[in-house]
Each structure stands twice: as C-alpha cells, then as structure tokens.
Design a protein around this ligand. Structure first.
Ligand code: P53
Length: 476
C-alpha cells in the first residue's frame, strides 16, 4: 500500500510573535500581541491599553529567535525538516499598518531568515497574519471593523509576495480565521481581528463584519499572489475542532450540524468563493445588517484558495437543550465534556481519531489538497540535569495522531500535502502567554516569569521525529 508522497512536507510550525522577541528592533511597530499580558489555564490574558509599565508581556522577548534563528534552523535541519512554517510580523514590514512604504529593515530580516532555511533545503511556509496585526490599526481604525483594513492588508501582502516571490512558494492568509466564532470572549476577536468591544455592544454582527472584510482581503491577496507568481500555493488556515453530538439523539446530531455551520462557514467562503445559504438565512433571522457589497461577492469568487491549511489539537462535543430550539451555537455555553476521551492539563480533549475524521470531513466537502499546519501536545516538561527531557507523552500524542493521519491518506485517499507540528521549539503560548505550556522537540530554558538562559536542548521527541521524517512515516 502506498504511504506518504515522496515530497511530503514534514516540518514544524511557529508564529513570529510567539518566538521572535526583538519587539522594538529593526523599526518594528507594536502589535496586538505586544499588549497582552501573561495568563494561565483559566486566567485570561489581559489586553492592556498600550504597553503599560510594570506588566509582564511575554511576547516582547519571547525566545529571542530574532537573534538566534540560525542556531534554531540548524536544529530543524538536523531533525530533517522539509519545510518550516512561520509568519511574517506585519509590524516589521508596516510598523503602524497604514504606511505607504514598507520598512526595509523588516524586509531584510525575513530575506535573511528565508535564505537560512533554503540553505538547508527547508521550504518556508508563510502565514501573513497570525495574531499579530499592528496595534495602531486597532486604536486608530477600530481593527477589522473598518473596511480600510482591506487596503492595508493587501498592500502588506503584495509587498511580501513581490519581495519573496523567488524564496517562498507556500502561503496562508489569516491564521485560524474561525477562532472568532467564539466572540463572547475577548481573546479571539482581538487576536484575529483587533476587535475591542464597547460596553453593551452586540458583539456577534461586529465579528461577522470583521470576518467578511478579512475574507475579501484574503481573496484579493490570493488573486494578487497568483499574478505575482503563478506557482504560488496560497491557502486558508482554519482551526479545526470538530463538534460531535454528545449522543445519537437526532436533536444532538442537528445541534452538532449547527455548531459545525457556525465554526466552518469560513472555509466555504475561502474555498468556494461564496457564502453558504444557511449563514445568509441566519443573518436574515438575526436581523444583521452587514456591509457586504456586490463587488465584494465578485472578489470572493475570484480569490479562492489553493489548499486548506488547518490546525488540529482537539475535538469538541455539544448537545441540544430545551431552551435552545433554534439550535443556536454559542461556544461559551454549548460545549459539553466528551466522556470517551481524556484531556490535557489545559483541558484540551485528546482525540487522535478526530484528526482522521477532520481530514475526511474537509476532503469530502472540498476535494482540495489539505495541509495539517498545526498539531501537538502542550505539556509541562521536566528538564534533566544533562539538558534532556523524557517527553514520552508527547511522542505518544503525536504517534497516535500520525497513525490516524496515515489511515486518512492510505485508506481513505485524502490528498495531504504535509504535517507541521506546532511549536517545534518551545515558545510563548498564544492562549495563556505561558512558557510552561510547551510543545517543542527542542527545549528552551525560560520560565513563565521570564527567567532562564534561553539555552536550547534536544528532547526525546527530537530523535523520534527525526526518525519519523527519515522513514517518511514508515515507522508509525
Ligand atoms: P496555545 C485555541 C484553539 C485552538 C488553537 O495554542 C489555538 C487556540 C488559541 O489559543 O491556537 C493555535 O498556545 C494558534 C497558535 C497557538 C496554538 O494553537 O494556546 O494558531 O498560535 O499557539 C496552541 O496552547
């Protein structure tokens, strides 16, 4: 039986704001990630009004990849990476976001970084917007509630597409664009779209408006990218947490369909270029009056993505309740614990079979190539005196997921481009701002308070992943 393609893109994934540090170097502007303090499991990160003295902002220095990337990429090469997924910090290129001319020092940094990857035949896989938009666009323009953001984003996209057209082939537009379906909490609307809600504001239509502008911006970027280099592969990026029905009660099943509609219509628009009927009907029922023009609808049709990039960490479950006859899904209220799976220390339900399900779900619906651009196990690691970490639990998590991924490819015939596990080197958690929620094959000596030597060392999983890549998954 055939296994993975010979050119399968094994690698690892990170995002600029979670590892680079150097938050004020090379002319970089303040991003939304720079005004978020450290939280913990159950303690949300605080979004402050600008950078305030005396607060702990873990992304400011992160793991200092900005100065240490050569050493880190060498370790990725040692593991045998074929690709490396990172993002371009928008604020290094357009520090405030609305400038007409880019910042050359920022452009040069990514030239050097990509050259370093290419030196080892590591393909850069680049996200344009990964939770790090310019903070100035939030304070001056209201974030993505403002249509003007489309032009700013497209200028940024065209600038980097043109500059790196000979170095980068694989791109994604907006990281986990659908996280904001969870609009009741402050985190996702702010990190996705730079949204800060006003007291008492009806949050939901604001979220849909912002997402619409992003989808238009994404489509324009895809169109522009293909004109700049027809070989570009430009994907979307979806946070895939499939929502199962808690039981086979038909009402629970319909509640799960409704939940999937609410979380995954973003993929429909990216892939098919138009809004699904159920969502237009929902807007009408709710009386949302959104700024969606006829021209926008044309743009969406012209800018369909080439592949579906997605993250997969966990599955969710939901059930119907008598007080919700319309089956309206509310991510803060509608989820229930799945009794069949265990969860991580951060409450993320561990479900390897859900990855096979997700691959089938996307492929059945869209028949586009898929790319797993995040997956992994956030856990507390214990470093031994010789620098090693015996992270057998991480190996088990990944091995179990990869076995299901292999079934999806070999038995189900899903077209899968690659696999880039999250946080291939320890970095700052997006959700909590912690260092101790670690994902890496490479340990970084730094704690939640910012203490540590920043020294890098190989965990047990480093050797396991090296073997997995070397055998192209035959060892699974
Ligand atoms: P952390 C929520 C649900 C699924 C993925 O997350 C998520 C989030 C946001 O926390 O984010 C993605 O660091 C994201 C990365 C992030 C990674 O998953 O909260 O694309 O930036 O670091 C893991 O454990």
């Amino acid at each position: 039986m055939p296994g993975f393609k010979a050119d399968f893109l094994w690698g690892g994934a990170v995002a600029a704001h979670q590892l680079e540090g150097g938050w004020q170097e090379g002319g970089k502007g303040v991003s939304v990630a720079d005004v978020m303090t450290a939280g913990a499991h159950g303690v949300p990160r605080e979004i402050t009004d600008g950078v305030l003295p005396g607060k702990n902002y873990p992304n400011h220095d992160a793991i200092d990849f900005y100065h240490r990337y050569k050493e880190d990429i060498k370790l990725f090469a040692e593991m045998g990476f074929k690709c490396f997924r990172t993002s371009i910090a928008w604020t290094r290129i357009f520090p405030k976001g609305d400038e007409l001319e880019p910042n050359e020092a920022g452009l040069q940094f990514y030239d050097d970084l990509f050259d370093e990857c290419l030196k080892y035949n590591i393909e850069p896989v680049i996200t344009l917007s990964h939770f790090e938009m310019p903070y100035y666009l939030v304070t001056e323009y209201g974030g993505w509630r403002n249509r003007k953001l489309i032009d700013f984003f497209v200028r940024f996209a065209k600038t980097v597409f043109t500059r790196y057209k000979g170095k980068v082939k694989y791109w994604m537009t907006f990281n986990e664009i659908n996280n904001q379906a969870n609009y009741h909490e402050d985190f996702a609307p702010f990190t996705n779209s730079g949204l800060k809600y006003k007291e008492g504001e009806d949050r939901e239509p604001v979220m849909y408006q912002a997402a619409h502008y992003e989808l238009v911006a994404s489509a324009l970027a895809v169109e522009a990218g293909h004109a700049i280099n027809p070989d570009f592969q430009i994907g979307c990026m979806i946070a895939m947490c499939p929502v199962y029905p808690l039981t086979c009660n038909p009402d629970d099943m319909m509640m799960s369909v409704s939940a999937m509609h609410r979380r995954y219509w973003f993929t429909d628009v990216h892939v098919r270029g138009y809004y699904p009927r159920h969502l237009l009907n929902y807007f009408a029922r709710k009386g949302f009056n959104l700024d969606i023009t006829a021209e926008d609808l044309q743009i969406l049709k012209r800018g369909c993505v080439d592949y579906i990039g997605f993250s997969y960490y966990m599955s969710f479950a939901t059930k119907a309740t008598a007080d919700n006859p319309q089956l309206d899904y509310d991510e803060t209220k509608s989820l229930v614990k799945n009794p069949y799976v265990k969860a991580s220390d951060w409450g993320w339900q561990i479900d390897p079979v859900g990855l096979r399900y997700s691959l089938n779900y996307f492929y059945d619906l869209y028949q586009l190539p898929l790319f797993i651009v995040e997956n992994g196990f956030g856990a507390i690691d214990q470093k031994e005196s010789d620098g090693s970490v015996n992270d057998q639990y991480r190996i088990e998590y990944m091995q179990n997921h990869l076995r299901e991924m292999k079934k999806a490819v070999v038995e189900d015939g899903v077209d899968l481009m690659g696999y880039t596990p999250w946080g291939c080197i320890d970095l700052v958690s997006a959700g909590t701002g912690e260092m101790k929620k670690r994902y890496g094959f490479i340990y970084v000596d730094k704690d939640n308070e910012g203490n540590g030597t920043l020294e890098r060392s190989r965990k047990k999983s480093f050797w396991w992943y090296q073997q997995t890549i070397k055998s192209n998954g035959e060892n699974l």
